[in-house]
Design a protein around this ligand. Structure first.
Ligand code: CP3
Length: 361
C-alpha cells in the first residue's frame, strides 16, 4: 500500500524517541482523548457508545484531534482500544455504562482456547482506515502513534472476561496449564505483530505496546509470559517505512524492577510508570533506549503551582538532556476522567517551558 502524506512540521517526539537532540522535551498523554474532555463526552454521546466511536473513522479522527486543538501536544495517538484485537478474534467486546470493558465469550475452557484463531483478514480494517484518515487530517502537524496491548495484557481480559484486581483465573491457568496460556500468548503475539505492521502501513509513525498488567506477574513469570512475547512482536515489526524509522515503545506498568531486561528486547523506548525515578531509570538503561513518562496522573488534581513544581521535579530528575539520550514526557498511566482540562494546560506549558530552560542552563 502506498499513501502520500504531508511532511512533518513537528517531529520533536520522533527525534526524542530516537535519542536525537531536541529543543525541548516533547510530550503527549496516555488517554489524551477521553472523558476528561467535554468535547469528547459530547461526540461520544452523539455516537452512542465507545465502540461506535472507535469503529467509525470520522468519529475516531474527530476525537483523536480534539486534545491537539486544546493543548500543544507533540504527538497524536490513534483513538481505539487494545481490546479490538480479541474482539476481532470473536470474543465480543462490549462496554456496560459506568463499567470497564467486558467480553461476551471469554476463554472459559480448553475447547475455547483450542478454537481460538488470529483475527480474520479484514476484521480490523476499520482501525487501519481510521489511522489513514487521522494521518491525512493531521496534515503533518505532529506524528501519529499506533498501539496495541501486549499478549499477556490481552490474555488477562480474554481469560477473565473483564478487568480484574487479582487475575485469579489467568494465574491459575499459568501455573496449572502453562501450555494453554502459551497457546493464547503465541496467537496474540502473532495477531499483534500483524496488527501493528498494518497500522504502520496505514500511516502510524510510531507504535506502542501497552503491557498494563505485566506488573501483576512474579519475577520469572514476567519474563516467560509477558516479556518474551513482546520481544517476539518487536522482532517482527517493520522498523522503517518510506525511509523513516518507526520507533517502538514498550510500556510495562509496574515493570520498574525489570527495566534492564525490558531495555534489551530491541524497542526504541521504554514507558515508565510513576513509581520509577527518571534519573535512576536513565542510569540503569544508559543509552540503549529513550524513556517515556512518568508523572503520577494524580498530580493533575493539585493546584497549578503544585503541578508546576512536580513537573519541574520530574524534568530535573531526568537531568539535562544530552545527545544519545531521549525523554518523552508523559503521565505514568492514563489520564483520569476526573482531571480538569485546565490542569493539562499547566502541565503542557510547564514541560515545554522548563525543558527549554534546562537546555539553555
Ligand atoms: O491514549 C489514547 O488516548 C488512545 C486511546 C486508548 C484507549 N484505550 C481509549 C479508551 C488507548 C491507548 C487505550 C488503551 C487501553 N485500553 C489499555 C492500556 C492502557 C491502560 O490504561 O493500561 C487498557 C488496559 C484498555 C482497556 C480499557 N478500555 C479499559 C480498562 C477501559 C475502561 C477504563 C476507562 O478509562 O473507562 C477502556 C475504555 C476506554 N478506552 C475509554 C477510552 C477513551 C473510555 C471509554 C468511554 O468513553 O467510556
Amino acid at each position: 500500500m502506498s499513501n502520500t502524506f504531508a511532511p512533518l512540521k513537528n517531529d520533536t517526539f520522533l527525534r526524542a524517541l530516537l535519542r536525537q537532540e531536541t529543543e525541548y522535551t516533547p510530550l503527549w498523554l496516555m488517554r489524551q482523548a477521553g472523558r476528561y474532555l467535554p468535547e469528547y463526552r459530547a461526540t461520544r454521546k452523539g455516537a452512542g457508545s465507545f465502540m461506535s466511536l472507535a469503529k467509525n473513522p470520522d468519529f475516531a479522527t474527530e476525537v483523536t484531534i480534539q486534545p491537539l486543538d486544546r493543548f500543544k501536544l507533540d504527538a497524536a495517538i490513534l483513538f481505539s482500544d487494545i481490546l479490538t484485537v480479541p474482539d476481532a478474534m470473536g470474543l465480543g467486546l462490549y462496554f456496560e455504562e459506568g463499567e470497564g470493558p467486558k467480553f461476551e465469550r471469554p476463554l472459559k475452557d480448553e475447547k475455547a482456547i483450542m478454537a481460538l484463531e488470529v483475527p480474520p483478514e479484514g476484521s480490523l480494517q476499520y482501525v487501519f482506515d481510521a489511522v489513514t484518515q487521522i494521518r491525512k487530517t493531521l496534515d503533518g502537524r505532529v506524528p501519529l502513534i499506533g498501539f496495541s496491548g501486549s499478549p499477556w495484557t490481552l490474555a488477562c481480559y480474554m481469560v477473565e472476561g473483564q478487568g480484574s484486581r487479582e487475575f485469579h483465573g489467568i494465574k491459575a491457568m499459568m501455573y496449572k496449564r502453562p501450555d494453554l496460556l502459551e497457546r493464547i500468548l503465541t496467537l496474540n503475539a502473532e495477531a499483534v505483530a500483524t496488527y501493528l505492521n498494518a497500522q504502520i502501513d496505514a500511516g502510524a509513525q510510531a507504535v506502542m505496546i501497552f503491557d498494563s498488567w505485566g506488573g501483576a506477574l512474579a519475577d520469572g513469570a514476567y519474563q516467560r509470559f509477558s516479556l518474551k512475547y513482546m520481544q517476539d512482536i518487536v522482532n517482527k515489526l517493520q522498523r522503517e517505512k518510506d525511509g523513516q524509522r518507526i520507533p517502538c515503545i514498550v510500556f510495562t506498568k509496574g515493570g520498574g524492577l525489570w527495566l534492564e531486561q525490558i531495555a534489551d528486547i530491541g524497542a526504541d523506548a521504554l514507558g515508565l510508570d510513576w513509581t520509577v525515578n527518571l534519573g535512576q531509570a536513565r542510569a540503569r538503561v544508559g543509552d540503549k533506549v529513550a524513556l517515556q513518562g512518568n508523572l503520577d496522573p494524580a498530580v493533575l488534581f493539585a493546584e497549578p503551582e503544585q503541578i508546576r513544581q512536580q513537573v519541574t521535579a520530574a524534568l530535573q530528575s531526568y537531568g539535562k538532556p544530552s545527545a544519545g539520550h531521549g525523554h518523552v514526557f508523559n503521565l505514568g498511566h492514563g489520564i483520569s476522567q476526573f482531571t480538569s482540562p485546565d490542569a493539562v494546560t499547566v502541565l503542557v506549558e510547564t514541560v515545554h517551558e522548563v525543558s527549554r530552560q534546562q537546555r539553555q542552563a
